[in-house]
Design a protein around this ligand. Structure first.
Ligand SMILES: NC(=O)c1ccc[n+]([C@@H]2O[C@H](COP(=O)([O-])OP(=O)(O)OC[C@H]3O[C@@H](n4cnc5c(N)ncnc54)[C@H](OP(=O)(O)O)[C@@H]3O)[C@@H](O)[C@H]2O)c1
Length: 260
């Protein structure tokens, strides 16, 4: 599918990675881009059209379907991370919010726009996943679970939509430099690089996009020894919670460190 001349909708297109997707689509020659925003603001480029869109709001989603009948590319980018561990978080509010937005909201968008894409010849449906779709980072445990649910959903949607000719793309990335990761002092990829890699993959008809170096290295580790990812997460968690670690698991952690 050629992005040049296409018409796209990006959810959460007002900032962060979504904004980079919007720009990358324009740079690749998209004819029109609907910019999904919870609180629409004016846009300067005539090729951009703001759309009020909270993906958890059924009325917004239905109105967006009516307004965006001409799209051939849907980028489900909107998402939230509440930085909630599964047990340590004071309540389940973060877990609920992440499931509502990242999984159920994205699923609602897939369901609502599948017939539109079909009518327009198949098109492309992109879901913005994460490396934690593959394993759990306990610091963002409930976000990881929501992204794993979104990963399973993406694979299922791909199977259901293959016959109508829709290319269903799953995008994986590690830390990207946006508001979402402001509290994490770690190496991050640039949103514009991630977005550009996704556009390239759409043009090439690829279903899986390893959009940055971190996703490529974690995918390699997953292939080589899947348990290594949970082991690494355990070591990181134990290091940050030393007083709670029973001496037996501390010994195990040390052995793993020694063994590389
Ligand atoms: N940053 C990373 O390291 C990273 C890595 C892998 C994957 N991702 C994924 O990439 C996507 C974009 O994240 P980001 O880093 O750009 O985060 P961000 O800077 O926090 O931006 C999130 C965007 O999603 C929108 N949004 C949140 N809830 C929404 C809802 N219910 N309906 C519609 N829009 C909603 C936000 O709108 P408002 O402005 O109204 O809040 C904002 O535009 C997410 O799916 C995230 O899980 C991020």
């Amino acid at each position: 599918m050629n992005v040049h001349g296409s018409i796209a909708l990006v959810s959460g297109g007002n900032r962060g990675l979504g904004k980079a997707y919007v720009q990358a689509l324009l740079d690749a020659g998209a004819r029109k881009v609907y910019v999904g925003m919870r609180h629409p603001t004016d846009v300067s480029d005539a090729r951009l059209q703001p759309i009020k869109l909270d993906i958890t709001n059924e009325q917004d989603v239905n109105a967006a379907v009516k307004a965006c009948q001409d799209i051939t590319i849907l980028i489900n980018n909107a998402g939230v991370a509440t930085e909630s561990p599964l047990i340590e978080a004071p309540s389940m509010d973060g877990a609920r919010q992440e499931i509502e937005i990242n999984y159920l909201g994205t699923l609602a968008m897939c369901r609502a726009f599948a017939p539109v894409l079909k009518r327009n010849g198949g098109g492309v449906l992109v879901n913005m996943l994460s490396v934690v779709s593959w394993y759990v980072d306990p610091v963002v445990g409930s976000y990881s679970a929501s992204k794993a649910a979104e990963f399973a959903m993406t694979n299922g949607v791909r199977i259901e939509l293959r016959r109508q000719g829709t290319l269903v793309v799953g995008v994986y990335a590690g830390y990207i430099d946006t508001d979402m990761t402001a509290n994490f002092k770690v190496p991050k990829s640039r949103p514009e690089d991630v977005a550009r890699n996704v556009i390239k993959a759409i043009n090439a008809g690829e279903e899986e996009v390893l959009a940055d170096e971190q996703s490529r290295s974690i995918k390699a580790a997953l292939k080589a020894r899947p348990e290594s990812l949970n082991e690494r997460s355990q070591q990181d968690w134990d290091r940050d919670h030393p007083s709670e670690v029973p001496s037996t698991s501390r010994t195990t952690g040390q052995r793993r460190n020694e063994g590389g």
